[in-house]
Design a protein around this ligand. Structure first.
Ligand code: ZN
Length: 304
């Protein structure tokens, strides 16, 4: 794995009383934003949510999927980011064209397009081993609209977990391309002492911004070394992470099939086909006349 490939590390600090998860997500955020044709501010919002979902997902044991959903009143309308335990992530925003002028400090004004609303965190587990547990859903109000603060607030109030989260997306002003994205999640485990917590806060406050580090070519491990200096970081795992959607042509056919025969017949007669666009990745699936006919009259070998 080269430093330029997206990756995530998981480790501990201070005798395992602090959990550290850090990721570089530049390529996957750039791919997601490109697929959705997202404007710079919308790109920052989507990229932060995608990275946040990957980091947060890694902090739960036995998780299969985690979805962060921001239902918000701002121009963006909403964000959905879904990460799997295998390090894949996909997501979208309701209005990818949402964009406002940068803040006085030159930062992309994410809260300016998010506004107020609710953050929902949906965790799924047990599906792949056949247990089919109900997804667990927690929610808290959006407190800042900057994404990282909102996830931190969710963890503190809904799950009583003390954490610090930093998320960043840098969009190259000229080309509108995402050239740096990533973040980290620090969680305080039971047994952490006050001295450690105070030192942790100081270190995080003094750290350079994540996109500044990533733009300099820093990988996730070096990013944590920069933040925590001399503290010995024990890296337990390193994983690749990537943008990957679950959609497929077969799924598109299944969705159309479920609409029922009358609806499919109407599509066939009126539109001579059907076009489905995946919300999560923007992929377009075209079902032509023969595909629709086959749904209405499946060939004998498919009727089992
Ligand atoms: Zn898709």
């Amino acid at each position: 794995m080269s430093e330029r490939d997206d990756h995530l590390i998981q480790g501990t600090l201070a005798d395992a009383t602090i959990r550290v998860i850090a990721a570089v997500t530049t390529n996957l955020v750039n791919e997601a934003c490109g697929r959705h044709g997202a404007a710079p501010t919308a790109s920052a919002a989507l990229g932060r949510a995608l990275t946040g979902a990957l980091l947060l997902g890694r902090s739960y044991k036995d998780l299969e999927y985690i979805t962060l959903r921001f239902d918000c009143s701002g121009e963006l309308g909403g964000i959905t980011a879904e990460a799997s335990a295998h390090g894949t992530v996909r997501g979208y925003v309701k209005n990818p064209l949402a964009d406002v002028a940068p803040t006085a400090l030159g930062k992309l004004d994410v809260s300016g397009i998010v506004g107020e609303g609710m953050l929902y965190v949906i965790r799924e587990a047990g599906y792949e081993i056949g247990l089919m547990k109900e997804p667990y859903t927690g929610s808290t109000p959006i407190v800042s609209g900057e994404i990282a603060e909102d996830i931190t607030h969710y963890l503190a109030t809904s799950e009583q977990i003390n954490s610090a989260i930093s998320l960043g997306v840098f969009v190259e002003p000229e080309q509108g391309k995402v050239t740096a994205a990533g973040g980290f999640l620090i969680q305080v485990m039971p047994g952490a002492d006050d001295k450690t917590l105070a030192a942790l806060e100081t270190a995080i406050a003094a750290a350079p911004h994540v996109t500044e580090m990533i733009r300099n070519g820093t990988d996730a491990r070096e990013m944590m070394a920069t933040v925590f200096g001399d503290w010995p970081l024990q890296v337990l795992e390193t994983h690749p992470v990537e943008f990957r959607c679950k959609c497929s042509y077969e799924r598109a056919v299944n969705i159309v099939t479920m609409l029922g025969e009358a609806e499919v017949r109407d599509m066939l007669e009126t539109d001579k086909g059907a076009e489905l666009i995946c919300h999560f990745c923007g992929e377009v699936y075209l079902l032509d006349e023969s595909a629709l006919s086959e749904i209405i009259n499946p060939p004998p070998e498919l009727v089992m």
